[in-house]
Design a protein around this ligand. Structure first.
Ligand code: SME
Length: 155
């Protein structure tokens, strides 16, 4: 995906967050923009941290059985514990992986940080193997920075 597409996606997300006052609706708009503008993003969701669990918020794609994930569990829980973006090129080769859909081949999980504290995550699955690279990481870490104050105000 080109840098231009990433810039456009980020601009659309920035616009959605600025114009939407309700946190839940703002998060939903972000999920919609990412799902519609990035064709290789098959499942897009936002988890919010509640206590020591990640709780599924807005998402687009098949319903996931993993609506609550403990810190340290799955790739989502690992990213929350490490406070780092995790990219998995082949989910079936990663013992941490909690399956959401049989078609999923790769995944990226980006923590949403408020200072040093994890407040949520952006989780994206792709039906293509090794679908996520540095460009996706940069884009989604920028989106996470834009989302942090939105999520902070919804907690
Ligand atoms: N695959 C994630 C679980 C969430 S579903 O993909 C939506 C994980 O391993 O934590």
């Amino acid at each position: 995906m080109s840098v231009d597409t990433h810039d456009q996606t980020l601009a659309n997300i920035d616009d959605a967050i600025r114009t939407e006052r309700d946190p839940e609706r703002a998060m939903r708009r972000v999920v919609e923009v990412l799902k519609h503008q990035m064709p290789h993003y098959t499942w897009v969701g936002i988890y919010l941290l509640e206590g020591d669990e990640l709780v599924l918020g807005p998402f687009l794609g098949k319903p996931s059985p993993h609506t609550r994930i403990r810190i340290g569990s799955g790739i989502c829980g690992a990213a929350a514990r490490e406070r780092e973006t995790i990219i998995v090129d082949d989910v079936n080769a990663d013992s941490r992986y909690l399956a959401c859909s049989l078609e999923t081949k790769s995944e990226i999980v980006v923590p949403i940080m408020s200072g040093a504290r994890v407040v949520g995550e952006i989780d994206i699955d792709s039906d293509q193997p090794a679908a996520f690279g540095d460009g996706d990481k940069r884009l989604l870490e920028s989106v996470a920075s834009l989302l942090a104050p939105v999520i902070g105000s919804s907690a």
